[in-house]
Ligand binder design. Structure first.
Ligand SMILES: NC(=O)c1ccc[n+]([C@@H]2O[C@H](COP(=O)([O-])OP(=O)(O)OC[C@H]3O[C@@H](n4cnc5c(N)ncnc54)[C@H](O)[C@@H]3O)[C@@H](O)[C@H]2O)c1
Length: 253
């Protein structure tokens, strides 16, 4: 596994208690970044902090519901007060939501999924842009979309719409923030073996999904974290406004 030369940088990771966010915390901390992990799950945050205790880094954590902008803004201020600045934001927290056809999706289901997966990314990105502008050090924001930010998937209307929205808000903000040396990109994982999949799908469905990738397997959270860490690093200095699939060939059809 690579390290990405992130010493001296502070990274905020939402959804950091599980899955892809947890893997990002590992990879960014191993690369030298100080970490602030946010999640609804206090116990999960504490476990991740314990896993990372061998790394030489400072840590901050907060119980945050990313769909509540006031809570997001307060948490970002707390990171500034505790760690001094923000250089990297991984806007990753997300939920799968109900599986139902577009005709049957309820108002409540739609609002729940878009509230976390679209509003939550927008609120975190907005707070990060403000913090980075205030710091005057530039920065890198990585928004977690999905392959479903690019194509459709039957029974996932709200999730697919939210992920397409994440790609769009990434492109807009990249143009708006380029002069501040803030790069903003979206990442599009294929289907990744995390609790989001394992808790909701049976083995037969997981096998069918695996077969839809050219590599004939599901991805690992650590493989997504490698791309996130590269985008966070100075090595990605010409990367902004782009949607980066990391999908084992899912979209290559
Ligand atoms: N697993 C996949 O196949 C896959 C594929 C493409 C994209 N993604 C995206 O990656 C991101 C992470 O997913 P994952 O697979 O690691 O899922 P996960 O369920 O393992 O982790 C998601 C984390 O987000 C937290 N969270 C949920 N709602 C929150 C809220 N309102 N505020 C703060 N934290 C909240 C959860 O507590 C959990 O710890 C999501 O945005 C998801 O849409 C996942």
């Amino acid at each position: 596994m690579n390290t990405y030369g992130l010493g001296g940088k502070v990274a905020v990771i939402t959804g950091g208690a599980s899955g892809i966010g947890r893997a990002c915390a590992h990879t960014l901390a191993r690369s030298g970044a100080d970490i602030s992990i946010w999640d609804l799950d206090r116990g999960g945050l504490d476990l991740v902090i314990k896993e990372l205790e061998d790394y030489d880094y400072r840590v901050h954590s907060a119980v945050v519901d990313v769909s509540d902008s006031a809570v997001v803004d307060a948490a970002m201020q707390d990171v500034l007060d505790t760690l001094g600045h923000v250089d990297i934001a991984v806007c990753n927290a997300g939920i799968g939501g109900a599986a139902a056809s577009s005709a049957d999706y309820t108002d409540e289901q739609w609002r729940q999924v878009t509230g976390v997966n679209l509003d939550g990314v927008f609120f975190t990105q907005r707070a990060a842009i403000r913090a980075m502008r205030h710091g005057g050090r530039g920065g890198s924001i990585i928004n977690m979309a999905s392959v479903l930010g690019s194509v459709g998937f039957a029974s996932a209307s709200a999730y697919t719409a939210a992920k397409h929205g994440v790609v769009g808000l990434t492109q807009v903000a990249a143009w708006e923030c380029a002069a501040d040396q803030i790069r903003i990109n979206a990442v599009g994982p294929g289907f990744i073996r995390t609790p989001l999949l394992d808790d909701n799908l049976d083995q037969e469905t997981l096998d069918v999904l695996a077969g839809q990738h050219a590599l004939q397997r599901l991805g690992e959270a650590a493989e997504v974290a490698e791309l996130v860490a590269w985008l966070a690093s100075d090595g990605a200095s010409f990367a902004t406004g782009t949607f980066y699939p990391i999908d084992g060939g899912y979209l290559a059809r």
